[in-house]
Design a protein around this ligand. Structure first.
Ligand code: ACO
Length: 332
């Protein structure tokens, strides 16, 4: 039994936060943000719009596009670092309830921006072992809930949104996920961290006073490591599977920073047509970034059935992952 990438869906909240809006909030400029990151705007969820709301909307689309009934889904995995609740219940349980999936195993995983590709590897393993047939995987973030909008080094980067995919069992090897690499190195944990709440820093007045509930990032160090690790990882997954970068129609990297994407794309000798870019309009949506980007090329008619996708991501943990897979869904 193999696992195939059966369908994609996404949801983008309507409110836009532009670089010009940020100029009024912190000491920054549209020019600086665009030049250093490639981001022009990002979408921000409404006050009453939480991670599970966006995820449920993306999930419904993905299930419908797979031509499945809710009863067909036998596992729900949500990748997020901005869950509805930090401890329990898991956001995957809330999403299942919101869309009407009953009595099905559901859990969250935490791998920051690598979360969606990590979830893909979990779905693949469950399906190949014969335990599940149709796995709903989700990358969803209300990242704005972790951001200190007085910190110019982070608040310009992140946006909100959700993407979902159904991964299904198939006996046709031609449509199967080819390979997934996923890794982590916790010795770089302090590069990207939200210090509280957690067992290290339970909620206290100190947490509030020092803003320890907000994301902190060693941006420049993360940038350099991201370029090095992503390039190495992609070269390795291509070589292992005997595929050359010129044969990949869709290179879909995590959308953190245009300069990281460009550096990795150049190192792999990818053309502009091969590299999928959404960072300009969505910013960094963490675990949602890759499925939102897949959905963009799907809805615009750029992604065709059977075409090979190369996913590549990097995030807090530090975690990184890449995947090689054909798109096995039906066209719109
Ligand atoms: N506007 C204007 N100036 C700024 C801003 C801003 N928004 N932010 C920082 N600066 C200033 C700094 O203060 C610094 O000034 P100085 O030279 O006077 O000290 C200068 O700009 C350069 O700062 P750097 O941090 O060195 O800038 P850099 O070119 O590295 O860009 C950025 C910063 C965009 C954050 C970049 O490092 C980056 O994208 N890093 C990687 C992020 C990433 O990939 N994260 C992983 C995924 S995220 C996840 O997992 C959730």
């Amino acid at each position: 039994m193999y696992a195939k990438f059966h369908s994609i869906g996404a949801f983008v909240p309507s409110k836009i936060l532009s670089n010009e809006d940020l100029e009024k909030m912190v000491d920054t400029s549209d020019e600086w943000i665009l030049k250093r990151t490639g981001i022009k705007e990002r979408h921000i969820a409404g006050d009453n719009e939480v991670t599970s709301d966006m995820a449920a909307k993306a999930s419904k689309i993905a299930i419908e596009r797979a031509g499945l009934e809710l009863e067909d889904i036998d596992l729900v995995v949500c990748a997020t670092v901005t869950p509805d609740y930090f401890n329990m219940p898991a956001t995957a349980c809330i999403i299942s309830d919101k869309i009407g999936i009953k009595n099905v195993q559901a859990f969250d995983i935490s791998a920051a921006c690598s979360g969606f590709v990590y979830a893909l590897s979990i779905a693949k393993a469950f399906i190949e072992s014969g335990m599940k047939k149709h796995v709903l995987i989700i990358g969803a973030e209300k990242f704005s809930s972790l951001v200190d909008y007085t910190d110019r080094s982070t608040c310009i980067l992140f946006g909100d949104g959700a993407g979902a995919a159904v991964i299904s069992a198939t006996d046709n090897k031609d449509e199967a996920i080819v390979d997934i690499h996923a890794s982590a190195d916790g010795s770089y944990a302090d590069f990207l961290v939200t210090p509280a709440p957690g067992s290290v820093n339970p909620v206290s007045q100190k947490v509030i006073d020092e803003g320890l509930n907000f994301v902190q990032m060693k941006g420049n160090e993360t940038f350099k490591l991201a370029v090095k690790t992503l390039t190495k990882d992609v070269k390795s997954i291509l070589a292992k599977n005997g595929i050359e970068s010129k044969d990949i129609p869709h290179f879909i990297p995590h959308q953190a920073n245009y300069r990281i994407i460009k550096a990795v794309g150049d190192a792999l000798k990818m053309t502009e047509e091969q590299v999928v870019l959404t960072v300009e309009k969505y910013g960094n949506t963490s675990a949602a970034s890759i499925p939102m980007a897949i959905n963009d090329i799907y809805e615009s008619g750029r992604l065709k059935k059977g075409e090979m996708m190369l996913l590549d991501t990097f995030g807090g943990g530090l975690t990184w992952a890449s995947a090689l897979l054909p798109f096995a869904g039906e066209l719109l």
